[in-house]
Design a protein around this ligand. Structure first.
Ligand code: NAI
Ligand code: SOE
Length: 384
């Protein structure tokens, strides 16, 4: 067990609050890490629920005042799991106080906000670390794909096909922060394409250079406000699709929606190269599909690799024997372990996205929104 520990201050106690609390408390139990995590303080605005949440997940203190984390000597890293409109204000305050920051995605509502955060992270200096919870990078099967790509096992890449399809956004779904540009920035685009752009940039190790066209319609324009008879306007996209080119010439399609009945959490990425293809899908997240184009034609086809083997697949050694699969929450725990490695002076198992990297993802998202708005192609060079 590590003798030193990093004091964590978490903001947010709902969906991501639970996932992150679990990750911080599990990481040092399963991984050998240079430093552990201390669950120092949790903050959220739901005062009535906060005490019980803190007790349940093992947080030493709780407070409805997130600002107090900045001056709390028990806190070394602030973990932001709040709605998107709060990311910039909260992260800036904590960077100014010299705290490390791990922020949920999308980094910010707009590119302008993301730029401020990127610059603040740079100004905070090299000792202050930033991270963004692009958790899907840390599925072992994605790690295997990343390693195969680094080995050149796909050769020259021709196509990248990325889709994130969900179905929770029908007209009967009530109003929430996720449906307003003021609180979310954008809809399915910032929420889901953010993951796809990060994942594909990560796997390809290349920048996106051009957006060729995009659509980002709002199909459901108002929703019932819970507990009232009122309806409120929805001004974010329900679906967002765009085409792009990577700097090596590969063409890419991105598709995000909350209105694809039959798809609950279908985050799927496929990459086709001259030597083969790879495919990964969150709903079967332990599997990497691989087609070796150099296999004899009679044997050529998709092979399913169960990425659970210690020593062969990233993160697998920390978990269970071969074939004993892991789940959604392990992506967050694997990421918490990598963050703790970095804060303890070691290398992460796979590269982590910081604010500068997530800013590049936000640039692509912004370019796609410009493309949809102006019905035109957008060169990334024109999006500073
Ligand atoms: P949520 O609505 O379930 O929870 C938001 C939390 O923020 C609540 O605990 C609430 O009390 C707190 N909060 C809201 N306003 C606050 C304020 N003014 N001061 C302090 N606390 C406040 O939201 P959810 O789903 O947990 O999403 C949070 C963030 O995580 C979003 O940025 C979202 O995009 C991201 N997310 C990322 C996922 C991933 O796969 N990496 C998965 C789900 C969400
Ligand atoms: C809802 O669309 C959501 O929870 C997103 O906010 C997450 O980022 C995604 O990972 C799962 O779906």
């Amino acid at each position: 067990m590590a003798s030193k520990s990093i004091g964590i201050g978490l903001i947010g106690q709902k969906f991501m609050g639970r996932a992150h609390s679990n990750a911080w408390s599990q990481a040092a139990k399963f991984f050998d890490l240079p430093v552990g995590a201390r669950l120092a303080v949790v903050s959220a605005r739901d005062r009535k629920e906060l005490g019980a949440f803190a007790q349940r997940f093992g947080w030493a203190k709780s407070t409805p005042k997130w600002e107090s984390l900045a001056d709390d000597p028990d806190v070394d890293l602030v973990d932001i799991g709040t709605p998107n409109h709060l990311h910039a204000e909260q992260a800036l305050r904590m960077l100014e106080a010299g705290k490390h920051v791990a922020c949920e995605k999308p980094l910010a509502r707009t590119l302008a906000e993301a730029r401020v955060l990127r610059d603040a992270a740079a100004a905070a200096g090299r000792k202050v670390k930033t991270f963004v919870w692009h958790n899907y990078r840390r599925a072992p099967a994605i790690g295997l794909a990343w390693n195969l790509m680094r080995e050149g096992r796909l050769g020259k890449i021709f196509h990248v096909r990325a889709r994130y399809l969900q179905s929770w956004g029908s007209k009967s779904t009530p109003m929430s922060w996720r449906y307003s540009a003021a609180t979310a920035g954008s809809g399915a685009h910032g929420d889901l394409n953010a993951h796809l752009v990060d994942l594909t940039r990560f796997l390809m190790g290349e920048a996106i250079v051009d957006i060729h066209g995009a659509v980002a319609p709002t199909f459901v324009t108002s929703r019932a406000v819970p507990g009232t008879k009122r309806r409120e306007r929805c001004d974010v996209d329900d679906a967002a699709l765009f085409l792009a080119t990577f700097e090596g010439g590969a063409v890419a399609s991105f598709e995000a929606t909350r209105l694809a009945e039959g798809h609950l959490n279908d985050n799927t990425v496929e990459i086709n190269g001259e030597r083969g293809s790879l495919r990964w899908s969150l709903e079967d997240m332990n599997v990497l599909e691989w087609c070796d184009a150099e296999a004899p034609p009679r044997l050529r086809g998709w092979t399913k690799i169960l990425a659970t083997s210690a020593g062969n697949h990233p993160y697998a050694a920390a978990w269970w024997p071969d074939g004993h699969i892991i789940g959604y929450e392990h992506g967050f725990t694997n990421m918490a372990a990598d963050i703790l490695r970095v804060l303890g002076g070691k290398k992460p198992e796979l590269p982590l996205p910081d604010f500068a990297d997530a800013y590049e993802t936000c640039r692509v998202l912004e370019a796609a929104l410009l493309s949809a708005k102006h019905r035109c192609a957008v060169a990334m060079n024109d999006v500073p």
